[in-house]
Every structure is written in C-alpha cells, then in structure tokens.
Design a protein around this ligand. Structure first.
Ligand SMILES: [Zn+2]
Length: 377
C-alpha cells in the first residue's frame, strides 16, 4: 500500500500551482490551497485562510494538544516555478524510488511531509502545546505569503521544509537586486564627435563589477555559507546598428552572507560609479536598488536544531548541521522573531526540466517532523 504521505504528494504534484507573478497567466495557488484546506480538515485540524493577494490564499492548519505548551510551526510554500520545456510536469511518476514532477522536491514533498506529520503525531499521541501547519504562497517570487503569515501568526520555533537532503540547515544567504543605467547621446553612427556610447560606458562598469566580485569572493568566508558574490543578470541597450546608443541598463544580483547588508551593497555600487566618474567627468550613471532579502542564521546550539536532530535519529537518519546557498522564507520567519531551521527530503532538479524527490526521504522527513511535534516541549 502506498504510504499516505506519498499519495498526498502525488495529489499535490498533479495540481498546477505555477507562480503567476513569475509566469504571467499561470495557475497560481488557489486550487492547491483548496486541496490542502480539505486535507487538513479531514485530519481534524482547525483550518484558517489568509489572502496574501486576491485569489492567493495561505492555508493554516492548527492542532491543539490537551495540555498547554509552546507553539511549533511547520511552514512550506505551495507555488512552483514554471514548466516550460517539461513534457508532463503535472503527472507524478514514481520510478526507482523517485517521484518525478514539477514541484516534487521544491517543495511539495516538504509540504506533504509536514501535513502528514500532523496525522502521525496525532495518531501517536500529540498532547502538549500547539502545532501550526502553514502552507504559504509566492515563495518563488516575492514571498508575499510568508510576509502575510508572520503578520498574524506567531510561533516559538519553526521548521521550513525546503529540500535539504535531510540535513538541518541553520542558515542561508540573502540577496539584493539592483539596476545600473549608463546614459550616452544618440547620434548617427558616422558622427563620433556628436555620439556618446552608453553601451561602451557600461563596459567600464562591468569590468569594475567583475573586479568587485573577485574581491568579495576573496574575503574570509563565513564558516557555513562561504562568501558573498555578484553577477550581471540582464543587460539591455541600443536601438539599431547605425546609431550611437543613448542608454544601457544592467540588472544585477548580489548574494549576501551574514554581516553583509543591502546598504553595504548600495555603497559598493556608489563607490564603483564614483570612481568611474572621477576618471571620466562625462560619464553619467545611476543606481537603483530594487529589492532585497536578508541572509538568515540561527546558532547551531539553539534548542531547535538539537531537538530536530534527536527527532530525526528516531526516524532513522542522522542529520548534520549545514548552511544552504539559496534564500528561503526562513529569513522572514527569523526576522519576525521565530527561530527557524530548514529540513526536507533530498532529490534533484530544482527549477530544471527533470525534477524528482527521493520517496524514502519523504517518509523519513514526515516521521522526523511527527516525532519533533510530539517531543517539542
Ligand atoms: Zn522552494
């Protein structure tokens, strides 16, 4: 018989929940939220909904023990990235111990594990405190779901069930997005004294950015997360072959480690542009920091990772404490004062054309979470 957590995972993978902010016109989270709502009710949880945006609800299930105690939250996102190029993204297929499909690993497996953990915890005697199961929208774009969640919901600790290969992640990097625009002067290509080439000017900016990136990556690394870095992401400029381009726009991303802030990034860019203007008084460039999210770090000696490690041992796995490179909603929970770790099953192909999760790790993850829910004081 198929384990209930794998049946639930298959049901979730079969529902298109591509993030509509990431892919215009995509299905969004309404249908998967309804399915999770119904499932949580069938397990006897109190279910609450929270509209993060019209048609994009978080679903929150609450299980109260008979004795008072602390609140433990499990949190996972229910949106996925796009599916272009995938032959059958919403047909879950189990083969050789793997379950394939869009979102299988990122992160419907973690969502299925945290939901089914509530069932197992209840069956094995959940008595003390409160368990909150939070299924949130929009992590793959702007995390409006987690932002909304922490406005109304509190917890003493949280496990975000993003994929970690069953390791306990106590930190991850942050990121910041910025745009730099260089301005020139449009002119006929035959008139170099009239034209100012905005693209060649951006070339100087790019050379400096590469140097800055090398400098960032030569700094003393954070013991778990390494160093900060940056890369150029998107560049636009020019109108036609025979004209001087009047404007060039570069969008770039900086990844940050604990100790690095968005203000530091803005200053790095300003210093870089100032230095170039110093060399060439004619250079005109502007900087806009568009969006950022901070890095996250919890002490590995905090009681939460220790309790989760003990729970994972009872589920048959011995996790190590690690850092993850990618940003997650744990940073939002952490900023809201909820100590958080990441713990989820392994697999491969996040955001790529063939995504799968390891079936046995989904059940181990569920068992570890159920054990944590019962033992968390
Ligand atoms: Zn994810």
């Amino acid at each position: 018989m198929t384990d209930p957590v794998i049946s639930l995972l298959s049901d979730l993978v079969a529902i298109d929940s591509v993030n509509p902010s990431l892919v215009p016109g995509a299905a969004g989270e309404a249908q998967i939220a309804d399915a999770i709502d119904a499932h949580l009710r069938s397990l006897g949880l109190d279910v609450h909904r929270q509209e993060a945006a019209p048609g994009r609800p978080n679903v929150i299930g609450v299980l109260d023990g008979s004795e008072p105690g602390r609140t433990l939250m499990f949190c996972g996102h229910i949106d996925t990235v796009g599916v272009s190029g995938m032959p059958a993204p919403f047909i879950p297929v189990v083969r050789d111990g793997r379950l394939y499909g869009r979102g299988a690993q990122d992160m419907k497996a973690g969502v299925a594990a945290m939901i089914d953990a509530a069932r197992v915890a209840q069956a094995r005697g959940f008595r003390k405190g409160r368990l909150v199961i939070a299924a949130v929208v929009d992590e793959e774009y702007a995390s409006i779901g987690a932002d909304a969640l922490v406005r109304d919901w509190k917890a003493d600790a949280a496990v975000v069930t993003e994929p970690t290969d069953l390791q306990i992640a106590v930190g991850h990097k942050g990121f910041a997005w910025a745009a730099i625009e260089t301005r020139g002067r449009a002119a006929h290509g035959s008139r170099p004294t009239d034209g100012r080439d905005a693209i060649l000017r951006m070339g100087r900016v790019l050379t400096r950015l590469e140097r800055l990136d090398r400098e960032l990556q030569s700094r003393k690394p954070h013991p778990m997360l390494g160093t900060g870095s940056l890369h150029a992401s998107i560049i636009q400029g020019g109108r036609e072959l025979s004209s001087y381009p009047d404007v060039c726009r570069l969008q770039l991303e900086r990844r940050t480690v604990p100790g690095e802030t968005v203000d530091m990034f803005a200053r790095e860019l300003r210093d870089l542009i100032d230095a170039l203007c110093e060399e060439d008084r004619e250079l005109e460039a502007s900087i806009e920091v568009m969006f950022s999210r901070p890095p996250y770090e919890l002490s590995s000696s905090h009681e939460l990772p220790l309790a989760l490690e003990a729970a994972a041992l009872t589920a048959g796995t011995r996790p190590s404490t690690v850092g993850m490179s990618f940003w997650t909603d744990a940073a939002i929970l952490g900023e809201a004062g909820i100590p958080s770790v990441l713990f989820g099953p392994g697999g491969a192909g996040l955001h790529s054309l063939e995504e799968y999760v390891l079936v046995n790790e989904v059940t181990i993850c569920r068992d570890a979470l159920a054990s944590l829910a019962r033992t968390w004081p």
